[in-house]
Write a protein that binds this ligand. Structure first.
Ligand code: ZN
Length: 260
C-alpha cells in the first residue's frame, strides 16, 4: 500500500466561479478522483487553511508521496510545514510538484535557486514531447501529447540541472520549456511536472493523469532512513568511535554545538 497526500492551496477554486466550474471539488478533489482507480493507493488530501496546513508530523511520518499544487499563497505556507516536508524528503518521502508549485517555498528550499521562469496566460496549445520513452514515468504514453489550452511557461527556468529531463514542452507561441524534471535530494526523489494551470481542464486530461499516476510509483522509495539523530543540534553520530586504534594528535579548539 502506498500512502499519499494531495496538498492543494485551494483558493482559486473557492474564490473564482470559472475555476470552480472546472474543479468543483478543488484540484485536489479532481486528482483524488482519477487516482481512486488505483487500488494500491491510500489517498488523503490536505489544504492550506487547515490547521498546520493540514500536514502534521504524524501524518507525514506515514506518508510515501506528497503531491503539491500552490499558486497565489505560497507565502502563507508555514515555515514549520516546509521544514517538516523537507526533512521527510531527505529521509526518502517522494514529492511531486505541479505547475505553479515551482515558486512554492518547499520547491525553492529543495532546489536552492529562485526557480523563476517566463510565462504568458493566453490559452495556448502545449505539445509535450517524451524525452525518455523507456522511463517508468513515461509508460503508456505516445511519443508526444497535446493540451489544447495551457498557460505558457518558458526558459530560462532557473533551477539546478536536473538528474533527468523526462518531458520538454513546445507552445503555440514558439517557446519551449523543460516540463518534467527529476531530482534527488538526500534519500528522496522529487518530480516537477509543468502542466496544470487552474483556468484550464488540464487534470481531466488522460495523459496528464497517466504521468501523475506513474510518477507516484516512481518517486516512492522502498527504503527510508530516519535521520532524527542527524537533525538534533548535537548529533552523536557525527562523532563516531574510531574503528582502528588511533592516538590523538594536534589540538582542538572545540565546536560551537559541542556538549560540555
Ligand atoms: Zn498557472
Amino acid at each position: 500500500m502506498t500512502n499519499i497526500i494531495i496538498w492543494n492551496e485551494n483558493i482559486h477554486e473557492v474564490e473564482n466561479e470559472e475555476v470552480k466550474k472546472i474543479y468543483p471539488n478543488g484540484i485536489h478533489g479532481c486528482i483524488k478522483d482519477f487516482l481512486s482507480t488505483d487500488n494500491s493507493l491510500k489517498i488523503k488530501t490536505a489544504t492550506l487553511k487547515e490547521d498546520q496546513n493540514g500536514l502534521s508530523e504524524e501524518l507525514l511520518k506515514n506518508c510515501d508521496v506528497v503531491i503539491w499544487w500552490g499558486h497565489k499563497a505560497h507565502d502563507e505556507v508555514l515555515d514549520k510545514t516546509v521544514d517538516l516536508v523537507q526533512r521527510r524528503v531527505l529521509e526518502g518521502m517522494g514529492l511531486i510538484i505541479l505547475h505553479s508549485g515551482h515558486h512554492s517555498k518547499i520547491f525553492k528550499r529543495l532546489m536552492g535557486t529562485n526557480c523563476n521562469l517566463t510565462w504568458r496566460e493566453f490559452g495556448e496549445k502545449e505539445r509535450l514531447w517524451i524525452c525518455n520513452p523507456g522511463h517508468p514515468i513515461c509508460e503508456g504514453l505516445e511519443p508526444y501529447f497535446e493540451l489544447e489550452m495551457e498557460e505558457m511557461y518558458g526558459e530560462p527556468f532557473q533551477v539546478p540541472s536536473p538528474d533527468e529531463t523526462l518531458f520538454t514542452s513546445w507552445f503555440e507561441g514558439g517557446e519551449t520549456f523543460r516540463s518534467g524534471l527529476l531530482y534527488r535530494r538526500g534519500n528522496g526523489q522529487i518530480f516537477y511536472f509543468r502542466p496544470g494551470h487552474e483556468a484550464y481542464p488540464t487534470y481531466h486530461n488522460i495523459n496528464v493523469q497517466i504521468v501523475i499516476k506513474n510518477a507516484i510509483h516512481f518517486v516512492k522509495q522502498k527504503n527510508k532512513v530516519l535521520w532524527e539523530d542527524i537533525h538534533s543540534p548535537t548529533p552523536k553520530s557525527n562523532r563516531p568511535k574510531p574503528i582502528e586504534k588511533i592516538s590523538k594528535k594536534g589540538f582542538s579548539v572545540g565546536h560551537p554545538t559541542e556538549e560540555k
